[in-house]
Design a protein around this ligand. Structure first.
Ligand code: NAG
Ligand code: NAG
Ligand code: NAG
Length: 375
């Protein structure tokens, strides 16, 4: 097995040196929206798929040999390079270990209790890259990978926990088959606990994993509500000293869940609507100094108002939405006057007006039906 890995490593290095894109194989279209877009502050300050492969390659090879290979490549003439390129292509066809094989090796490493922390981290990073193609993600559980990765969520080392949550998110993203597998292993509560971590990165990646697990997946959403997902969101959103990235992710998750409800046929009542503290926190974010967060909160409020079962009077009397909207208008007009973020501010102002209209419409309806009752 060592030999196979070594060949794969040299092949990879030579291909890279020649400007071949090994990333092609790992390519996956960009995540389709903000929710699943990962933050750009990665563990090592940048970890593209190709970097990941290289790290894997470097991690699993003899440094002296590696140097020699790279030097040799640099010394080749164009003809020799071409020749080498052909050879590599053959090698790649014949000897590149399959992804399943690579995943098996990484999983075996994870299951090896005497593995060093660094090797454990590397095994996880290999898996993070390997689970990107959907067919690999689908194989992960069969190979024992999910169980091994989930175990690492309890690792005392935060970095190990972070990559593990990240793998679960990546593997389940837009993949109901894997969403179901992971949820059946009962991991949601653990991830929700991790979302309150004092390590921002750990909380962020846990929220990413939670979002990926329940997105467009009603059974996952039911579990999330059963585990008091509204309280999780409320706790994060009402804490003003929490990193703003987490607030953005939470508001977006909430908005997404409400939108799913709006699009769907399900008649269940969302627990968000009963949690007035949560509604208050979201409306409080309309006055955040961060314009992006303001906009996301506004969008969430719009979705909440559009739910037939949401109560306009709670938004008015308990959450003071009318006050928040008029303060927001002043802030935005100030920005527009000062010519700051002008286009963006105008867009947000348009959305704000739309929300105001929906809100007034809903209030009028309440008043009319109230009037009917009184008459
Ligand atoms: C990934 O795929 C997209 C669309 O198929 C393509 O535009 C892009 O260039 C690809 N990226 C890489 C690194 O191959
Ligand atoms: C477990 O890891 C140790 C240290 O890396 C290694 O020596 C040993 O061979 C591994 N055991 C198995 C079963 O792979
Ligand atoms: C608010 O967040 C900070 C930073 O994560 C944390 O230390 C603090 O305990 C949180 N406060 C509450 C009331 O949860």
């Amino acid at each position: 097995m060592g030999g196979r890995r070594c060949i794969a490593v040299s092949a990879l290095l030579v291909l890279t040196a020649m400007g071949f894109s090994c990333a092609d194989r790992l390519n996956k279209s960009a995540a389709d929206d903000y929710l699943l877009v990962e933050e750009d502050t990665h563990l090592d300050g940048g970890f593209s798929s190709l970097d990941g492969m290289l790290q894997w390659a470097i991690g699993h090879s003899d440094p002296a040999k590696l140097k020699e290979t790279t030097l040799n490549v640099q010394r080749l003439s164009p003809e020799e390079l071409k020749q080498r390129q052909m050879e590599i292509k053959e090698l790649e066809k014949l000897q590149m270990p399959s992804d399943a094989k690579l995943m098996t090796v990484a999983i075996n490493d994870l299951n090896n209790l005497s593995l060093s922390l660094e090797d454990r981290r590397r095994a996880l990073q290999e898996l993070l890259v390997l689970v990107e193609p959907i067919e690999n993600a689908n194989d992960l559980h069969k190979l024992g990978g999910l169980t091994a990765v989930i175990k690492e969520l309890n690792n005392p080392n935060p970095e190990i926990r972070i990559i593990s949550a990240w793998i679960l998110g990546k593997a389940s993203q837009n993949n109901p088959f894997v969403q179901n597998q992971i949820l059946e292993l009962g991991v949601l509560a653990k991830l929700m606990e991790m979302a309150h971590s004092d390590f921002v990165e750990e909380a962020t990646k846990s929220l990413y994993a939670i979002s990926a697990l329940i997105r467009n997946y009603p059974e996952g959403q039911d579990l999330f509500y059963m585990e008091a997902g509204d309280l999780m969101l409320q706790k994060i959103l009402s804490n003003s000293s929490i990193d703003i990235r987490l607030h953005r992710k939470c508001v977006f998750l909430l908005s997404d869940l409400v939108e799913f409800q709006l699009d769907g046929t399900s008649n269940r009542e969302l627990p968000f609507l009963r949690n007035q503290h949560l509604l208050k926190s979201v409306i409080g974010l309309l006055l955040s100094p961060d314009l992006d967060l303001q906009e996301k909160a506004l969008y969430a409020v719009k979705n909440l108002l559009m739910l037939r079962s949401s109560d306009a009077l709670v938004f008015k009397d308990v959450c003071e939405l009318d006050l928040a909207l008029s303060r927001m208008r002043q802030q935005l007009q100030q920005l527009i006057l000062e010519d700051k973020f002008n286009d963006y501010a105008i867009d947000v102002e348009n959305l704000r007006r739309e929300v105001e209209l929906i809100f007034r419409g809903k209030l009028d309806m309440v008043r009319t039906s109230f009037g009917t009752v009184l008459n």
